[in-house]
Design a protein around this ligand. Structure first.
Ligand SMILES: [Zn+2]
Length: 476
């Protein structure tokens, strides 16, 4: 007699195991993610150090039910928020686990990553909408995952407000923000508030009162437990919760990838997450509840607001903003839309001079700069205030008028779909003389993954340069 067939209904833990296993073994979309090499996104997180893993938080519960709202009642012992940053599609592995326990999480996404792939696949618009429809919160994480403290105030507002507006346009109701890399200063906090967010998450609780006292009040510095990494154990995660239970508080977990051996340290193992949620779920009866960040804050919906218009208004055929160095409206020694020398360093070798080819000013490099980074000028690599929108395959020509004592080269950078900039290509060197002459270079076809480009000029060897009237347009 044959043994009975296996029961048709799988236990939930088994189902989750299968979900995780299939994701690894089957040629699914998740496979692409799990096979991904370490993402560029991990680099900034790693640089910022383990206590400053990047954080993402935004809240936009689709329709938070009244039972999910903070009640302020005495029965509430602790609140746990589960946040997933950076738009990684491998986070979908967590969704059936969350749904099985009726838990809602917060996904902090970068609007420009939606539907794209770089080192990892990112969530598609359909997936993000579905998460929102399930009651998960979709929050903002800026357009391009930049260090906001290194951006000027207009760029901060474009990165935060325009990201939020893009998410709102998809019907995602973003209510909270996570600062990329957790980086913020008073100016960034003000921008987040101006853009309509009700709160913002950082990425650690060093120096903060933690767990956060309940009831939570709107805050733009919501601290979080140390970001979950491949070395985080189930006991580590439990400990954060039991601490919050003892003191009565709100604990926020920050997660990035959900995967096994996917090349990132910023990953929670699916089985660890599964075990943690299974341990957490029954604690609800004792007053430990899981809420999205927006729910925990009681965040209200607010209308989106755009950041400042891009530099220069409508552009002509020349795609560069401030191509002749005429505009210098920011801090002394800077020129709008141009990075002079080493980014963040003083532009000590550059000055605007009246010896222009056309207009009032040209840019002059004094010939003393000894390092190659001292001897270069590049378009600011930003969300589009200065950077040039470019379509894959497009052919562009860059021209300038220049004079100097040593040969000059043009260079170009691209921004990929994930918002990261990389060096792309350089022109051959062109000899310069004592009088202005036109230098021209037709760039290779714009790479397939490019969303924007930035161009510049540099001197491979020591010398003097005067540069004016740059022009970047469609190649004839
Ligand atoms: Zn991030």
């Amino acid at each position: 007699m044959r043994s009975s067939p296996a029961p048709a209904v799988l236990s939930f833990p088994l189902l989750l195991t299968l979900v995780a296993a299939c994701s690894v073994d089957a040629p699914t979309r998740l496979r692409q993610l799990l096979d991904g090499r370490p993402g560029a996104d991990d680099a900034p997180d790693a640089v910022v150090a383990r206590d400053h893993p990047d954080g993402d938080e935004s809240s936009s519960p689709a329709a938070p039910s009244s039972t999910d709202r903070p009640s302020g009642g005495a029965a509430e012992r602790a609140v746990v928020s589960l946040t997933f940053d950076d738009t990684f599609a491998d986070q979908l592995v967590a969704v059936p686990m969350l749904q099985a326990h009726g838990m809602r999480a917060t996904f902090y996404v970068n609007s420009t990553r939606i539907g794209r792939s770089a080192d990892y696949r990112y969530l598609t618009e359909g997936e993000v909408r579905e998460l929102h429809a399930m009651g998960h919160e979709i929050g903002g994480h800026t357009q391009h995952h930049v260090d906001l403290t290194a951006s000027d105030s207009d760029e901060q507002r474009r990165q935060i407000c325009d990201d939020r507006a893009a998410l709102a346009a998809l019907g995602l109701d973003p209510r909270t923000l996570a600062y990329p890399l957790g980086r913020r200063d008073p100016g960034v906090v003000a921008a987040a508030e101006e853009c309509g967010y009700a709160g913002a998450r950082i990425t650690n609780h060093v120096g903060a009162s933690y767990p956060i006292a309940l009831p939570a009040t709107p805050s733009f510095e919501i601290p979080a437990a140390p970001s979950v990494s491949t070395s985080t154990t189930l006991d580590d995660m439990k400990r954060e919760v039991t601490l919050a239970e003892r003191t009565g508080g709100w604990v926020v977990f920050v997660m990035h990838h959900v995967c096994v051996d996917c090349g990132s340290r910023s990953a929670v193992r699916p089985e660890v997450l599964q075990a943690f949620l299974a341990w957490l779920a029954p604690r609800k009866k004792d007053g430990t509840v899981v809420r999205t960040v927006a729910q925990a804050l009681g965040a209200e919906a607010r209308p989106p607001r755009r950041g400042p218009a891009l530099f220069g208004g409508t552009l002509g055929d020349n795609r560069l903003k401030n191509p002749s160095f005429e505009r210098a409206t920011r801090s002394p020694g800077t020129i709008d839309c141009w990075v002079l020398g080493t980014p963040g360093a003083s532009a000590k070798h550059f000055t605007r001079v009246a010896d222009a080819h056309d207009g009032a000013f040209a840019l002059h490099l004094d010939g003393v700069g000894r390092s190659t980074t001292d001897r270069r000028v590049n378009v600011t690599q930003d969300a589009g205030g200065c950077a040039v929108d470019a379509a894959p395959g497009e052919r562009l020509r860059l021209r300038a008028f220049a004079k100097g004592t040593t040969p000059m080269r043009f260079s170009a950078y691209v921004r990929d779909g994930a918002g990261f900039w990389r060096s792309w290509t350089s022109s051959p060197s062109t000899a310069l003389g004592p009088e202005y002459a036109e230098v021209s270079w037709t760039l290779p076809a714009v790479p397939d993954d490019a969303t924007a480009i930035a161009v510049g000029a540099n001197l491979p060897s020591e010398g003097e340069l005067t540069l004016d009237d740059l022009d970047l347009r469609t190649a004839p």
